[in-house]
Every structure is written in C-alpha cells, then in structure tokens.
Design a protein around this ligand. Structure first.
Ligand SMILES: NC(=O)c1ccc[n+]([C@@H]2O[C@H](COP(=O)([O-])OP(=O)(O)OC[C@H]3O[C@@H](n4cnc5c(N)ncnc54)[C@H](OP(=O)(O)O)[C@@H]3O)[C@@H](O)[C@H]2O)c1
Ligand SMILES: [Zn+2]
Length: 332
C-alpha cells in the first residue's frame, strides 16, 4: 500500500501545495525524513517566489507532478544537524517535484521545515538580510553564473539584461558590481527611471521600440536574457558586437524561433541553468561584499495565490518573498 504524504516519513511538515494545473495553492500536510547523518534540518523563515514556481504550478513545462509544494529560494534557521555534518551554518537552496531514491516526492520551501544534505546548504553572511537574500539563491546565481562562466565579467564590458523581473533586476546589480556597463532591455517603459536611478543601469532600451533598438545595434559584448515568455530573438542578436554572446536563462513554456542567419560575425547563443553549490556560496559572498540583495515585496502566506496572479502579469517590484516564519501556521 502506498503511504499518504503525511505518513511516508517520520517528521510532520506543513506547507502550501498546488493540486492540479489550475495552479491554485492551498494548505497541505505532508512529512519529511528524519535528520540523517549528513543532513541539516532547518525551520524555514523566508522563501522567494521564482517565476519557475509559477511555470511549475501551472504545469507549463509539462513535467509537474501533484501535489506540488514549490519553493527553491529558501532561507532558514538550523534546528538540527546530523552526526557527520561538518558545515552546519545556515540557509539552503533546494528543489521540488523530483523523486528520492525511495520513490517519495520532494517538496519545496513553501513549507515550515526542510531537511537537506549538508552539501546543498549555503551560509549567508551576517550583513545580508535573510528576506532580501532569499531570491539570490536562484535569481542571483542564475544570473551571476553566466556572467562569470562566459567571461562577461571584465570591467568596462558592455552587457545587456533583457527582462527586468526577479532575475533581471539582480542581474543588473551583479553586472554593475562587476564593473560592467549595463543596458537594461525591457518591454516596460515605466521601469526606466528605476532601472537607471535605483538599479544602476547605464542605459535603457524599450525592446518594442524599433528606433531605439536599431540605434543600439552592434554595441553589446553579451546579453543575459531572463524573459519568461515567448519573444523574438533576432532584435536581441543584432544588438551584439562581433563575437558577442546571447545567454538564455529565461525558460518560456514554448520553443523560441531561431533564424540561424542572424548569427553572423561569430556570435554565440548559449544557455545556463542556475549554478553549482560552490559557485552559489561565491555569489552570496560577492553579494555580501557589494551589499547586493533583491528588491522584494514580503507577503504573508495567505496572499500566495494573489501574488502568483500578480507575478503572471509582471506586477511585482521585483520579487515576492513569503514570510514563512511569521505567517505559516497549520491553522491557516
Ligand atoms: N535558467 C535557470 O536556471 C532559471 C532559473 C530561474 C528562473 N528561470 C526562468 O527565468 C524566467 C524569468 O524568471 P523571473 O523569476 O525573473 O520572472 P519574472 O520576475 O516574471 O520576470 C520576467 C520578466 O520578463 C519580461 N517579460 C515578461 N513577459 C514578456 C514578454 N511577453 N516579452 C518580453 N518580455 C517579457 C518582464 O520584464 P520587462 O517588464 O522588463 O519586460 C518580466 O518582468 C522564467 O522563465 C523562469 O522560469 C530560469
Ligand atoms: Zn528559480
């Protein structure tokens, strides 16, 4: 007989789950494993809402299994460490909707407690606020990693960031901290002032304004494309210099068209997926040194479905973070 989510492991857990592709989330009782020798158990304090959570709850990538407890931008306070754990500090990143070797399903951070192998635990430096640091565990590393990996990190280089959402706004901050010249490329003209005055971008292009795009042709060494929906690539490719690199990190639910003839002059198209644990610790330490956190709207758990609807419409500056520690109780 298959055990219910509440019974399959020894530790009681509580969170919010989507039950089907409507994406509506509601309270959900389940369980987590006990603290293994190499595990760190922690009380979740904050969890960011990444657009990937939205794609997943609505099964937009066709890979979701239900019930689905999303959340992978998770920070918390360690409550128990296994006997073999050496790195017992704080905070983690994790995942959901996968299977453990015993066949049980992993549940994410929209929940009260997590148990993670110490390998996946990141220490957050003391000067970073935990709520503003949570989104760095996905949005931060997903944009920091390609800047480093593709060599788009040399002071003076000119980089474009497409899509000023959760990923894009921290991409601008990291790129500026690396000493780059940054052009924000957006469909939202009303983000211009904030992008320049607050996020620190040097210039701003409205991607649907053909004159502006044409005037900027051939100016960029690289582009980090964070757009969550289907959008045309040729106008972006034409912004690249000779040998420029377009790095896709956004994950629209449908394939994008790629006219290969637009790749003239040695231009390169690449993809990138979050980043490794060692690099994530490096990113967090870099963020701490440069005082980089996400711009967030902290919400109580019972605002979750409204937040998801607003995220779908791009109505957030720039990341929702759920105050799990103070608002998630099994009475909700
Ligand atoms: N590769 C990875 O490892 C990884 C990791 C995390 C997330 N992701 C993916 O990255 C994407 C962005 O995530 P996010 O959390 O940053 O999402 P987000 O906060 O919703 O930001 C996405 C931004 O894309 C722009 N955009 C939305 N619809 C558009 C359209 N139709 N045409 C052009 N631009 C549009 C908007 O910026 P403007 O208003 O400025 O145009 C929006 O703010 C998602 O697909 C997510 O699943 C990938
Ligand atoms: Zn994410």
């Amino acid at each position: 007989m298959v055990a219910s989510p509440e019974q399959e492991h020894p530790r009681k857990a509580f969170g919010w789950a989507a039950r089907d592709a409507s994406g509506v989330l509601s309270p959900f009782k389940f369980s987590r494993r006990g603290t293994g020798e190499k595990d760190v158990t922690f009380k979740v304090l904050y969890c960011g809402i990444c657009h990937s959570d939205l794609h997943m709850v609505k099964n937009e990538w066709g890979i979701s299994t239900y019930p689905l407890v999303p959340g992978h931008e998770i920070v918390g306070e360690v409550t128990e460490v296994g006997s073999q754990v050496q790195n017992s500090k704080l905070e983690t990143k994790s995942t959901y909707g996968a299977k453990y070797s015993d066949g049980t399903i992993t549940y994410g951070g929209y929940s009260d407690v997590m148990v993670a192998d110490e390998h996946f635990v990141i220490r957050i430096p003391d000067n970073l606020p935990l709520d503003g640091a949570a989104p760095l565990l996905c949005a931060g590393i997903t944009t920091y990693s390609p800047l480093r990996y593709f060599g788009l990190d040399k002071p003076g280089m000119h980089v474009g960031v497409v899509g000023l959402g959760g990923l894009g706004h921290v991409a601008v901050k990291f790129a500026k901290a690396l000493g780059l010249e940054v052009t924000a490329i957006s469909t939202s003209p009303n983000k211009k002032d904030e992008a320049i005055k607050h996020l620190g971008a040097d210039s701003f292009l409205v991607s649907r304004d053909l004159d502006q795009m044409q005037a900027a042709m051939g100016t960029l060494d690289g582009i980090i494309d964070t757009v969550s929906a289907v959008h045309p690539l040729p106008p972006l490719i034409s912004l690249l210099k000779v040998n420029g690199k377009l790095v896709m990190v956004g994950a629209p639910e449908k394939p994008l068209e790629l006219p290969v003839f637009s790749f003239d002059h040695g231009k390169i198209l690449a993809g990138s997926n979050i980043g490794g644990i060692k690099e994530t610790q490096e990113m967090i330490d870099f963020a701490a040194k440069h005082n980089i956190t996400a711009d967030i709207e902290v919400i109580p758990i019972d605002y979750l479905n409204t937040a998801m609807e607003r995220l779908a419409k791009g109505d957030v500056r720039y990341r929702f973070v759920i105050d799990i520690g103070n608002t998630l109780t099994s009475a909700t």
